[in-house]
Design a protein around this ligand. Structure first.
Ligand SMILES: [Zn+2]
Ligand SMILES: [Zn+2]
Length: 176
């Protein structure tokens, strides 16, 4: 994978825009972290860097589509990724003794660099839903027998007092 390390000093005052669409930017960490996430439509990020005295404003957008595991039934949940973001990346001062421990963003002469791949990955993770669903009305799994209630009914008596099943209760009541 090509690294995208950008020297802040190389960015003109009016800023510069980068397009990043190398699948490895996301595929690599997905594998490293063994995340249950497959890319179903290529991810593409647009980053605009606007340098400032003490850091750099990063404005961007990520688009694409991934398949996650549904939070209720564990089947595939197709999730569109369309996220705008804006962050100020503050660089440590040149004389900061903490520099050494944060040298991911530093060059040998202490000129700060931005790791665009890392920004693309982090913003992608932030754009993912906490509880992805295969559909808004996914009925989930039966808590007793584990049947996928989207595709079959079971005859289990589920605890009617459990608020988690309030959605299911309406379904059960409508049964003939
Ligand atoms: Zn589901
Ligand atoms: Zn059941």
């Amino acid at each position: 994978m090509r690294r995208h390390l950008i020297l802040l000093s190389d960015i003109p005052g009016e800023g510069r825009t980068f397009i990043l669409d190398d699948p490895a930017i996301w595929q690599g960490p997905l594998q490293d972290f063994a995340m249950d996430c497959r890319i179903s439509r290529p991810l593409r990020a647009r980053l605009t860097l606007l340098p400032a005295d003490d850091g750099c404003l990063v404005r961007g957008r990520i688009d694409g589509e991934v398949i996650l595991s549904c939070n209720r039934c564990a089947e595939d949940a197709v999730v569109a990724v369309n996220a705008d973001f804006e962050n100020f990346e503050e660089f440590p001062g040149r004389d900061d003794s903490a520099l050494e421990s944060e040298n991911r963003i530093l060059y040998e002469n202490t000129t700060p660099m931005l790791d665009l791949n890392a920004i693309c990955w982090e913003e992608f993770v932030l754009a993912l839903p906490v509880a992805p669903l295969c559909s808004d009305d996914c009925k989930g799994l039966c808590a007793v027998c584990g049947a996928n209630l989207n595709v079959e009914n079971c005859s289990c008596r589920r605890d009617e007092g459990d608020p988690r099943f309030s959605v299911l209760r309406g379904v059960v009541l409508r049964k003939p």
